[in-house]
Design a protein around this ligand. Structure first.
Ligand SMILES: Cc1ncc(COP(=O)(O)O)c(C=O)c1O
Length: 475
């Protein structure tokens, strides 16, 4: 640890000891997520105009966390780790705040988002159709580019039909929300993305979870409870975005079929990344037939655009297009440029297969070097998503900020996004990271984690709690 970093860590800890007061005046309430002090005390506080949500637990908690982070940044001079603003495309190298950073926080796996062919296609679509669909599809918004992309997606997933939408998150929420209802059950992998969980909430169905990627746990659950529900949908991901492991789709779908369940696979981080030609989980596992009912996904990751999609049985997709709120109904179609970008991106993937090869070579180099240094990569499988476990909010947060200060940007993923105790730095790799950048990152991370070992295991929520003694003295 350099003297400078020792001093920063001291300041970080000292800064963290002081109380955090939210702009609303309420103190954060720790992990409970409970309402602010006024509301909890039961006193009849009049919220008044414009202040109905000032004591909302979600608002109080979010403001408290932001205030705690801002205070740490102010007192230590460390860079703010959130809402980083790149001055250009978001790839392996970014410029932000006048600095060049090696960046591991973009989903731009193949760097298609700044590829000249993709940009040219997006520009041409804007010239031809304008910047917006300017209508729901059912009215006058059915731009021909949609059908072109839907045809390509249906082919990729060997499906009868596909539907493109303007958001990956909303696609998951809307499609599950439409298909399931009270009396049905969503059987989710325990690490299923928030958008999938949101769908189950919208549906009003029961949601149960099984141990991550464990077909036996799924079977035990279905054996004991499948009979209690009408329809059942097993929900998994092709490539887990926090953990960098692949969904055991074949085994899980086989169990699902045995218990008369449908299967939905979220391909957000799989399309463009998995499979010999980057065509996702279906290609990777060489799946034939209809083992998967609904492929859902995002166009904002490797596809270098923005939007979502589903692929599945032609009649089902047609029905969803016609009747599911938030898919093609009650929402405008995706922007012409975004759809044209995906079409061009698919052409680039086919024309420049070395991009995918470089991405996977980078994944092997990076995971291998981290493991050699003894780092905990959890259950990750040397894919382009690499978690390095740094348990504890403060420790993980510090590691991310210290890396940022050294010129490497990797997001700290904290509870409740991941289970408490498995906080991590998450590295998204792209095809354009160089071997030198990857090895330099590993060296720097090893040094930073050496410092982190000395930090206490506090959480940001405990911003108003002073643990016994002064942990800064231990440094
Ligand atoms: C697994 C998964 N599904 C869905 C989404 C939502 O996709 P989008 O960003 O296109 O809304 C994400 C986004 O991070 C994701 O990681």
């Amino acid at each position: 640890m350099t003297a400078n970093e020792r001093e920063l860590a001291r300041q970080l800890l000292s800064g963290h000891r002081s109380q955090v007061v939210t702009p609303g005046g309420a103190r954060p309430q720790g992990n409970s997520g409970g309402p602010g002090i006024a509301a909890r005390s039961g006193s009849a506080v009049r919220r008044g105009p414009g202040r109905q949500f000032a004591d909302h637990p979600g608002v109080v908690d979010a403001l408290a966390k932001q205030a705690a982070i801002a205070q740490l940044v102010d007192t230590t001079g460390l860079p703010h780790p959130l809402f980083l603003s790149p001055d250009g495309p978001n790839g392996a190298l970014i410029r932000s705040g006048g600095r060049e950073l090696v960046n591991f926080s973009s989903y731009n796996y193949l760097e298609l988002a700044q590829h000249p062919r993709v940009i040219a296609a997006a520009n041409a679509a804007a010239e031809k159709y304008g910047t917006s669909a300017s209508a729901t599809r059912i009215v006058t918004g059915e731009i021909p580019l949609y059908a072109e992309l839907e045809q390509r997606l249906a082919e990729i997933y060997h499906a009868g039909g596909a539907l493109v939408t303007s958001s990956g998150f909303l696609t998951n929420a809307a499609v599950i929300g439409f298909l399931l209802a009270e009396g049905d059950v969503a059987v989710c992998d325990s690490l299923a993305h928030a958008s999938l969980v949101a769908g189950t909430q919208l549906a009003g169905c029961r949601r149960v979870t099984f141990r991550h990627n464990d077909p036996d746990a799924l079977e035990a659950l279905l054996r004991s409870s499948r009979h209690r529900f009408d329809r059942a949908l097993v929900i998994v991901e092709g490539h887990y975005s926090m953990d960098g492991d692949l969904g055991s789709i074949v085994e899980i779908a086989a169990v699902a079929r045995k218990y008369d369940c449908a299967v939905l696979v979220d391909e957000a981080h799989a399309l463009g990344v998995l499979g010999p030609h980057g065509m996702g989980s279906r290609e990777h596992f060489d799946l034939v037939g209809d083992l998967v009912d609904i492929w859902a996904g995002s166009l904002s990751k490797a596809m270098g655009s923005t939007g979502g999609f589903i692929a599945g049985d032609a009649d089902l997709v047609r029905a969803i297009k016609f009747a599911a709120p938030g898919m093609a109904l009650y929402t405008a179609g995706p922007s012409p440029s975004n759809v044209a970008a995906v079409l061009a991106g698919l052409d680039v993937i086919a024309a420049e297969p070395d991009r995918l090869a470089r991405l996977w070579s980078n994944a092997r180099v990076f995971s291998g070097a981290l493991k050699e240094r003894g780092m905990d990569l959890a259950e990750s499988q040397a894919t382009p998503i690499v978690p390095v476990i740094v348990p504890g909010e403060i420790r993980a947060g510090y590691a991310a900020v210290a890396m940022l200060q050294r010129g490497f940007n990797a997001g700290a993923i904290l509870a409740p996004v991941v289970p408490a105790g498995t906080e991590r730095l998450r590295f998204f790799l792209t095809s354009e990271h160089t071997r030198e950048q990857l090895l330099a990152t590993v060296e720097n991370l090893a040094e930073v984690l050496g410092i982190v070992e000395h930090l206490p295991d506090w959480s940001l929520d405990s911003g108003n709690v002073v643990p016994p003694g002064n942990p800064a003295d231990r440094l």
